[in-house]
Design a protein around this ligand. Sequence first.
Ligand code: ZN
Length: 488
Amino acid sequence: MTLRERQNFDILIRGGTLIDGTKRPRCDLDVGIAGDKVVFIGDASHLSANQVIDASGKIVAPGFIDSHSHDDAALLLDPAMMPKITQGVTSVVTGNCGISTAPLARKAERPMPLSLIASRESHEAANFSYFGDYLAALERSPASVNVIPMVGHTTLRVSTMDELDREASPKEVHAMQALLLESMDAGAIGLSTGTYYPPAAAATTEEIVRVCKPLAEKGGIYVTHMRDEADRCVESIEETLQIGRLLGVPVVISHHKLARGQNFGKSLVTLPMIDAAMKCQCVALDCYPYNASSTMLHQDESRLQGRVLIASSGSHPELVGLELSKIATSWGVSLEEASKRLQPASAIYFSMDESDVQRILAYEHTMIGSDGLPTNDKPHPRLWGTFPRVLGRYSRELKLFSLETAVWKMTGLTAKTFGIQRRGTVTVGNYADLVVFDSATVSDRATYEDPAQPSAGIETVVVNGEVTFAGHGHTGQRAGRVLRRQSA
Ligand code: ZN
């Protein structure tokens, strides 16, 4: 027998407690990996491996799937993906809130919110007219995590329309359909809209349904940052459900929230509404574990209420981290005028009720998504902290749900919703995307003041059978893959 033959596995994760991503109760089991797959789950005390990872006293779980990322360009520009890999994230869904880095015509201007995913300069390095070219670039230069790519409706509008403040003409709808179809053939799993934002606000329900026809034909998913998450949230949910029914496709309500004081508590209305709809159509939702949101710095007074922190500013980078109201006072101008002077800019808005956040997080069908914005100088802490915060603060400390449920909300449920094959659960034959963490200490350390902080308690992260993060450091592995739509 040769030395090689005596090794049963490439990697053996020994002595840990497995939470397998199905909500099943934890169990003490060893996990054996060969190549990029899990090949053994059980008692491996008599077996050996080239590399043994001691997981005694630790939890072994499927790598987390970030159901809502804006990492489209970051995957290429910063492929180590430290904000995500340090949280145990092994896959990210991109192209959310209507914005994707492809397919984006080169001539096209890039109005906000497109620059939330890449600055003007970095867009040059991550700008693709064809979706297939974007995916090919990701495969030539892989990132540390897998990519589940979507197309943004706002990106399609910017690429095909001269004026964005109106509904698309039949010709423009046709052009957008063609781009979506081409992108889906290249591997996109679906389309997202961001009708909340100016470049897509004039799109009617009818425009969206027409543009999205290829989703119905090819089996794609419809994901949306809805038109309104404040006073008209209920109407926006109705629109989303209607779009899903008209197309006959699954819908995902992104980062479900109820913004502004007068809407606090309305999750008592919206969640039963979603629950009722689930009986007749495919509906999913995600949420991040914070009561502040983050996006472009708005320029109308009605969207600037409450505490607003500047997260990035092209014209006044020295003011990042300060409150908008203080900046306006020091300049002796209105909030609106101050926000105009800070452009291009993004901000953090303290606009939600913690009870709604907890109710939505705890709702059985809610997935965990970070909505992290990787381009901001002082990003919302959700970019670095989302997943450990759910495990530490919301599961261990506040006991909102069991650890098994928390893990399921970031793995098995997400894989099922997005149709990701052989990932999201730890099963023999599945890809070896795994995280080892300490359930007693796992927690987020990113704060609003100091957001670029790796989390505590994440010990080892394996992506496609490659140890990518170990002992608080990146190993240099970039084993991420493009997870294309599985054609029916
Ligand atoms: Zn959004």
